[in-house]
Design a protein around this ligand. Structure first.
Ligand code: AMP
Length: 276
């Protein structure tokens, strides 16, 4: 039995940063990379399910497989997953994947899922850097599997036909849902307490292989990914102008005069002219 966990290496901004020459992203030299926080929780959930099944003497063992779409530096996050209990790690990369939106990434994750045929697929609710909150659900659409988002509690026995879970709704309400497996669930923060990797497991993970797959290995072409395989495209990334605030002092007449001057300034009419 298998649980596939889609994990993303996210980027956080360094104190100072610059945009790329094309103005569509931050220059990679200014980014600090780490495993997406949500994916730490979904991996923990999968590892917990595996351990519970083993403790309960399950007939066949559960394999937890972390999969990520990204270049070589993503191996660092995959090793973190291996150190925290994933049995295998898969990374898919091809230069053509550069510039993929969540739909194209989902197409790749779905292709890996078809190859691995897991009993369940977990993704995070969202990524902390781009917050699309789309990849997991889009993966389910490509697979034509049932799916649910923002799962905050899960009761799943590997191999079972159905899983039971809860989702948090607005106003403190909960949804309790039963879903047919295999399914794609996007996992919310706080569903469990992710473990720290021990020094021993970090060392062991460093020696474990990471399976690198090309597009051809999973039956995709360059046209399925990158901008040609995407439904959206970032046009530019920028820092918005800072909002200004000004406290207007003085009596009512002085305040009105200042207000009128500000309005004229915004309209580009200059500050001279008639009474307020
Ligand atoms: P997003 O749709 O970007 O907000 O990401 C939501 C979730 O989709 C993440 O928590 C991951 O589980 C998964 N995901 C996003 N990007 C990737 C990627 N490059 N490789 C594998 N999984 C990903």
């Amino acid at each position: 039995m298998k649980i596939l966990v889609a994990v993303k290496q996210v980027a956080a901004l360094d104190e100072d940063f610059a945009f790329r020459d094309d103005g569509r992203d931050v220059d990679a030299d200014f980014l600090i990379r780490d495993l997406n926080e949500w994916d730490d929780f979904s991996l923990e959930e999968a590892v917990k399910i595996k351990e519970t099944a083993a403790e309960g003497g399950a007939a066949s063992s559960v394999e937890v497989i972390a999969v990520s779409v990204g270049p070589e530096e993503v191996d660092e996050s995959l090793r973190k997953c291996l150190a925290k209990g994933a049995d295998r790690a898969i990374r898919v990369w091809d230069a053509a994947i550069e510039g993929s939106d969540p739909i194209a990434i989902a197409r790749v994750v779905a292709a890996v899922a078809r190859r691995e045929a897991p009993d369940m697929l977990f993704a995070g609710v969202q990524s902390s850097d781009q917050s699309f909150a789309a990849t997991g659900i889009a993966t389910a659409a490509f697979l034509d599997w049932p799916h649910a988002a923002v799962v905050s509690q899960l009761n799943y026995t590997p191999g079972a036909q159905r899983a039971l879970f809860r989702r948090e709704l607005e106003g403190g309400l909960l949804h309790e849902i039963e879903i047919q497996c295999p399914a794609v669930l996007t996992v919310q923060l706080g569903i469990n307490t992710p473990r720290y990797a021990s020094l021993r497991s970090i060392k062991q993970a460093a020696a474990k292989p990471i399976e690198i797959l090309s597009l051809a290995n999973i039956g995709l072409n360059a046209a399925d990914v990158g901008e040609s395989g995407s439904a959206s495209r970032v046009r530019r990334m920028y820092i918005p102008d800072k909002a200004r605030a000004e406290l207007i002092d003085g009596d009512v007449a002085a305040q009105a005069q200042r207000l009128a001057a500000i309005i004229r300034e915004f309209k580009g009419a200059g500050t001279g002219g008639g009474a307020a």
